[in-house]
Design a protein around this ligand. Structure first.
Ligand code: PLP
Length: 233
């Protein structure tokens, strides 16, 4: 438990250093603790230590954990979201990072409308064009953002990407840079219902590079909680 707080402290120091290198303010960067597969008792400890942003990637797990932990926690959804699970996520999270199709955005809008909510979203972009990863292609982003911006019960707040996993994190720098450039393009278009406030990029092994390239949310699991014992994710 002490170890988790120590890990978070160390990560924050690394975020600050990365910000210093590129003359950004460290307060522009939020640390999302990716808590998938992590037991609630461990999350409670991290919360006691001051961590308030947690990211889950499965609707069922989110639904189980939320009522067991303090209301002050801000939950984010970061995983593949099936349309029939949208109802379990809407109303429980502050931000959905992983909107990877128009059909999903429309379903979120529908569920949010029914509950009288306004739900914040990020578009997941497959900047590296990996076959195995979901997300909009960079070429689809503008048209999709334009459509999503028209939906009354959602707000498009930015972009998210999952970079390829490579040993040398420097190799993914161009993908982070491309996501930032896409966000800037969208910002300049000033589409109704679209604001580019958040860039969700960077994980345990590449977050310092992502911060240097403009990330506002970094998503870290294993660096905080240790290696996951996971089946199929
Ligand atoms: C699991 C996961 C992370 C965290 O991965 P680590 O390598 O453990 O930091 C970040 N983003 C998404 C979308 C994930 O599914």
């Amino acid at each position: 438990m002490e170890q988790i707080r120590e890990n978070i402290k160390q990560i924050k120091a690394e975020i600050e250093e990365a910000c210093r290198r590129v003359k950004r303010e460290a307060k522009e960067v939020k640390l999302l603790a990716v808590s998938k597969t992590v037991p609630v008792a461990v999350l409670a400890e991290a919360y006691q230590g001051g961590q308030v942003l947690f990211g889950e990637s499965r609707a069922q797990e989110l639904k189980c954990k939320v009522p067991l932990l303090p209301e002050e926690i801000s939950w984010h959804f970061i995983g593949t979201l099936q349309r029939n699970k949208v109802k379990d996520v809407v109303g429980r999270v502050a931000l959905i990072h992983s909107v990877d199709s128009l059909a999903l955005a429309r379903e979120i809008n529908k569920r949010a409308g029914k509950k009288g909510l306004l739900v914040d979203l990020l578009l997941q972009v497959n900047v590296a064009g990996e076959e195995t990863k979901r997300g909009f292609t960079p070429l689809e982003v503008v048209a999709s953002a334009r459509e999503i911006g028209q939906l009354p019960a959602v707000r498009l707040k930015g972009l998210m990407t999952l970079a390829p996993y490579v040993e040398n994190a420097e190799k993914v720098r161009p993908f982070f840079r491309e996501l930032k450039a896409l966000a800037q393009t969208l910002e300049q278009l000033q589409l109704p219902g679209v604001q580019m406030q958040e860039l969700s990029m960077g994980m345990s092994h590449d977050f310092t590079v992502a911060v240097e390239e403009g990330a506002t949310i970094v998503r870290l699991g294993s660096r905080i909680f240790g290696k996951r014992n996971e089946l199929g994710r």
